[in-house]
Design a protein around this ligand. Sequence first.
Ligand SMILES: Nc1ncnc2c1ncn2[C@@H]1O[C@H](COP(=O)(O)OP(=O)(O)OP(=O)(O)O)[C@@H](O)[C@H]1O
Length: 337
Amino acid sequence: MTYIVFQDIEKYYGDNHVLKKTNLSIEKGEFVTLLGSSGCGKSTLLRCLAGLEQVTRGKIFLDGIEVTHMNPRDRNVGMIFQQYSLFPNLNVYNNIAFGLKMKKMDKDSIDQSVKEAIKMVDLTKKEKQYPSQLSGGEQQRVALARCIVTRPKVLLLDEPLSAIDAKLRKSLQSQIKEIHKELEMTSIFVTHDQNEAMTMSDTIHLMKDGVIEQSANPFELYSKPINNFAASFIGNYNIIPWKIFSKLSNQEYMGDKNIVIRPEIIEISRVEYIRDNNHYYLSGSIKDILPQGNIIRYTADVNKTLLDIDVLNAEAKLYEVGEYVYFRMKKGFCINL
Ligand SMILES: Nc1ncnc2c1ncn2[C@@H]1O[C@H](COP(=O)(O)OP(=O)(O)OP(=O)(O)O)[C@@H](O)[C@H]1O
């Protein structure tokens, strides 16, 4: 049985039609990401599951029970936000214990659960500190501990790492994934950062204007985007209308479609390639060079069409701006959309 089901969800804020018959199914134990640009309705969908917003129409099921209009407190859903939203007047221990005290758990069980949660998020020496004495990353770990200590059925994470610097962000991503696995939770993570979605998720649900455009695992979403939106959102594709590409590459016109080419599948050479039937061939001059750590991104001018090419940064810079070079790409790696 599917663990979480959003069924034909519609949500209006006044005239603003935010969720448009949104359908989404999530299996128990999955780590899923809602990925999409700002304002597409990701947070609204999460908030509807948590009960912090009411849907206008549609139904939500959690663990076989309809929760559409259930009191948020009875849904057993934990949520973490971008702002840490801790109680400033409570120390780390008491922030984490708060939910359990509300549930009227006995003191010894609370103590055991809180200490376990503190250990899980690696805050053992910080128990007595107050939120104002903690870094952003530490505060977010307290928020995470406060959430998991109540063992919610589902953990909702609404851009929890967006205020945290890049290095710490990576370690928190791993920590969240580890806790998710260890507690066998079902987690929904909201982000507009495609790299974060790729690293974290079992399944990515790509959203646009309140609708799920594509649901797939990170590998599939990257290599098989189903439309131009998915291709342009994920992985910096070159998207060239066939009308133009057929002229540039001396190929037959494939109709009113785009050819979609990932920068890293393009080979580059100073000497012209010997042609075969498995590749497309282009040539042009290097316009720009952008070192990006482990890869170098070249932008080439191919008869006024710009082409991005990613080359592993294994050697010193290979090509100069202005140099005329040749490209080839395997036909089977290109997508027509
Ligand atoms: N409480 C509210 N009242 C009125 N409009 C709202 C409210 N919350 C969200 N909206 C509107 O709903 C739309 C979707 O917002 P939502 O926060 O769900 O988007 P999002 O995809 O999570 O964006 P972001 O990545 O920027 O957080 C936006 O147009 C937003 O202005």
